[in-house]
Write a protein that binds this ligand. Structure first.
Ligand code: ACO
Length: 379
């Protein structure tokens, strides 16, 4: 078989699917979910309403939203066998690995070959959206040597997650800001983890395997893992005065500045200013963070030095500062990204099932051919 077009490393600009889930204009800095602007959703919607929009293609009516929220609320608990399995995970392991393993383990309990059937899809969506936050919070408590706590049915999605994580009811502003963060991270066209989800979905395996493969892909430092590295970078810089020499050194040694650059956006990622404002709201209520000043200076210097290449802050640059101010440990930033992105992955899973053809791209072979087999004693 011969390739029909030029090889593009990273499949840059090659469409991998037709999709109506979300839209990005990387030159104008526009992101829309099902045609609705991200700024409007961040301002007016909730994460669960946005999840419904992404997966079923339209905003829910009041009754539809209530029914969805109700189902999610009553599927938040995880089986004791899953909790016991997670107790055996090493406490030094990364929470993304714990999440990938536990998402895959859901398939042991609920596995069934994927069906393009509305009730099957609904059940899988509800289980995954409801249980993933419980698993993230459970691992956090268990690695500290504590028993996980049960979800609280009287708390909404985000407040309940923060409650399960910190063992106390969150401040309402922090809970609302956290919910907006989830909305901002819920979907982003054909990124690496979504592509991974669609490839896995195309084999008609179960949705737990789809989400587990996407979690594994999101974990890398060039994708979701960058938000952790942003905080590490800000801590390493340590002061506003150190910013310029640090950035100049990165540029000289061609090392990537974390939280900057994007395959699609050549201007500031539209989610970054929203996250920046949310961080400011948190600082106003709970106290200033010196790393914010360092971050602002990093943005200024990177824009001055690399703006001509279209290198601007991406979603990961300010999200870490928001989570840090909420007291969330750095290595939970990417699992929180996964809690949000499960909405997008499942929307793509459903879309893939609707018009499925298994992914089977081609390659350009660059190796030898017709080589003799050399016996081991002659090598
Ligand atoms: N710091 C410094 N230079 C950069 C950066 C950066 N963060 N990003 C891109 N560049 C430069 C490259 O060095 C390259 O320069 P050159 O043409 O002179 O060689 C040019 O910009 C193009 O960069 P690529 O790496 O080819 O861009 P690509 O589209 O493959 O990568 C990516 C995009 C992976 C996001 C990249 O910008 C990066 O590594 N950023 C840092 C990690 C990060 O923040 N990832 C989160 C992305 S958002 C998300 O996944 C949720």
């Amino acid at each position: 078989m011969t390739a029909i077009c030029e090889y593009k490393p990273g499949l840059e600009n090659i469409p991998a699917a037709q999709s109506s889930v979300s839209y990005v204009d990387g030159q104008k800095g526009i992101l829309e979910y099902r045609g609705i602007n991200i700024e409007e959703l961040a301002d007016k919607s909730t994460f669960l309403e946005t999840t419904y929009l992404l997966i079923w293609g339209a905003l829910p009516t009041k009754e539809e939203l209530q029914a969805f929220e109700h189902e999610i609320r009553y599927h938040r608990r995880i089986k004791y066998r899953i909790r016991d399995m997670m107790k055996c995970f090493p406490e030094t392991g990364h929470p993304m690995d714990a999440l990938q393993a536990s998402a895959a383990a859901l398939g042991l309990f609920y596995s069934r070959r994927a069906l393009p059937d509305p009730s099957y899809i609904r059940q899988a969506v509800v289980r995954l959206v409801a249980k993933i936050p419980t698993m993230v919070a459970a691992f956090q408590l268990m690695r500290k040597g504590n028993d996980p706590i049960q979800p609280r049915d009287d708390l909404d999605y985000s407040a309940n997650f923060l409650y399960m994580l910190n063992e106390r009811e969150p401040d309402p502003l922090a809970a609302r800001i956290f919910d907006i963060c989830l909305t901002l991270h819920a979907e982003h066209t054909m990124n690496a983890s979504t592509f991974s989800a669609r490839v896995t979905a195309s084999t008609l395996t179960d949705p737990y395997a789809v989400v587990a493969s996407a979690v594994g892909t999101l974990a890398g430092p060039l994708h979701g893992g960058a938000n952790e590295e942003v905080i590490e970078m800000l801590e390493k810089i340590g002061s506003v005065e150190n910013v310029r020499p640090y950035i100049e050194n990165c540029i000289e040694h061609k090392s990537k500045i974390m939280g900057f650059g994007h395959r699609v956006y050549k201007v500031k990622d539209p989610r970054a200013p929203i996250l920046q404002k949310l961080a400011e709201q948190l600082f106003e209520k709970f106290g200033y963070d010196k790393y914010y000043d360092i971050a602002l200076e990093v943005e200024r210097v990177v824009e001055e030095k690399l703006g001509h290449k279209g290198i601007y802050p991406n979603v990961d640059f300010y999200s870490g500062l928001v989570y840090r101010k909420m007291g969330i440990p750095t290595d939970l930033f990417t699992p929180i990204f996964a809690i949000a992105r499960v909405a997008g992955w499942l929307a793509h899973w459903k879309e893939q099932l609707g018009e499925n053809r298994i992914f089977r791209p081609t390659q350009i072979y660059t190796g030898d051919r017709g080589m003799p087999y050399v016996p081991i004693e002659e090598r």
